[in-house]
Design a protein around this ligand. Structure first.
Ligand code: SF4
Length: 337
């Protein structure tokens, strides 16, 4: 049975930081900060629908959980810990900033049975972090990882933002290599999305964003290709990738004005990885039947048959067929007609 989360979003309207892409101030007043009792009610409704409680974590998302006022934070943890105990859930997952980790905080999280901490590293390049006013450095990420590994028994995740203001493909890939070197258990990769009303929207409008300007030809396809490179890098290091791209939502789609958003970004990156894997199996141009695990058929074909069309342009006429004996992890057999 696969892993599941009961996701509880904790907006942080009072966050003292000022990341240029963040919309927390804009949404304050529109989104209610839940009380511990609100969270209790949300969890009570969610647990009745669970298929596998033992594989389910209560996940506090919002980016800066351990920056919340202590009493509020422990109130939320207390409710979550109660549900974990009563319903046999796997544990509690939360995301926070790298500079909001101390031995004392880790003791608190451990005492409430937190099972996974995710750090929003975003970039490991100090100039990119500064340009985006993250308010922490790459060294803070390294220090937090060390503290977590020494003082916390649960899982460590790192989150990366690709295509940040002031970054480049090379800086993004350097970030991925630095993150891999820290050996997290999991990573999430979030391509930058521009939200209406943010500081980032202004620089986007000026055309001075990622790799010399978003409007300078660095489009979604290039970002998909970059993220595919990152996925390969993390897979080679046996680091589990638990999310690629922001979750699609109507609110996000209504408030985004640019950046690298696609409702199925992860799927696009998978399509690209299948394209690359198939290409390696092809010889001279001609007609080929390519076999993949049945669950991978649509990934191999690509959205809107993109892979088939791109191969046809190179002179390869590809038919994709299922083969149960192949591994789901992109194992491919190709036969030339
Ligand atoms: S740390 Fe940055 S991204 Fe997170 S809530 Fe604060 S301003 Fe927003």
């Amino acid at each position: 049975m696969s892993h599941a989360n009961i996701s509880i979003f904790i907006p942080h309207a009072g966050c003292p930081y000022d990341c240029i892409y963040c919309n927390q101030r804009i949404i304050s007043g529109m989104v209610k900060t839940p009380t511990a009792e609100d969270v209790r009610a949300e969890l009570a409704a969610a647990v009745t629908k669970l298929k596998s409680p033992a594989n389910t974590e209560i996940a506090f998302f919002g980016g800066s959980f351990t920056c919340l006022p202590e009493e509020y934070m422990t109130g939320l943890l207390e409710v979550a810990a109660d549900f974990v105990k009563r319903f046999g859930l796997k544990g509690i997952r939360l995301s926070t900033r790298p500079d909001a980790i101390t031995p004392g905080i880790l003791d608190t999280l451990s005492a409430y049975g937190v099972t996974a901490i995710e750090l929003g590293a975003q970039s490991m390049n100090d100039s990119v972090l500064k340009a985006n006013r993250r308010g922490h450095t790459a060294a803070d990420v390294v220090t937090a990882v060390k503290l977590i590994r020494e003082n916390f028994a649960g899982e460590l995740g790192l989150q990366i933002m690709t295509g940040m203001y002031g970054s480049t493909f090379d800086k993004d890939m350097e970030t991925a290599r630095s993150v891999a070197a820290l050996s997290p258990d999991t990573v999430r990769i979030y391509p930058t999305v521009v939200i209406k009303g943010t500081e980032l929207e202004k620089v986007w409008a000026d055309g001075a964003g990622f790799d010399g300007g978003w409007r300078g030809g660095v489009g979604l396809d290039e970002m998909v290709s970059e993220v595919a490179d990152m996925i390969s890098l993390f897979e080679d290091e046996n680091i589990r990738i638990i999310r690629v791209g922001l979750h699609a939502s109507e609110t996000l789609e209504a408030t985004m004005t640019g950046g690298y958003y696609h409702p199925s970004f992860g799927e696009l990156a998978e399509n690209e990885l299948f394209y690359r894997a198939i290409k390696q199996k092809l010889d001279t141009p001609g007609d080929y039947t390519v076999y993949v695990h049945p669950k991978n058929l649509s990934k191999a074909i690509g959205q809107k048959r993109k892979n088939i069309v791109n191969f046809a342009r190179l002179g390869y006429n590809i038919t994709v067929r299922p083969d149960m004996t192949l591994l789901r992890r992109r194992e491919i057999r190709a036969e030339q007609a």
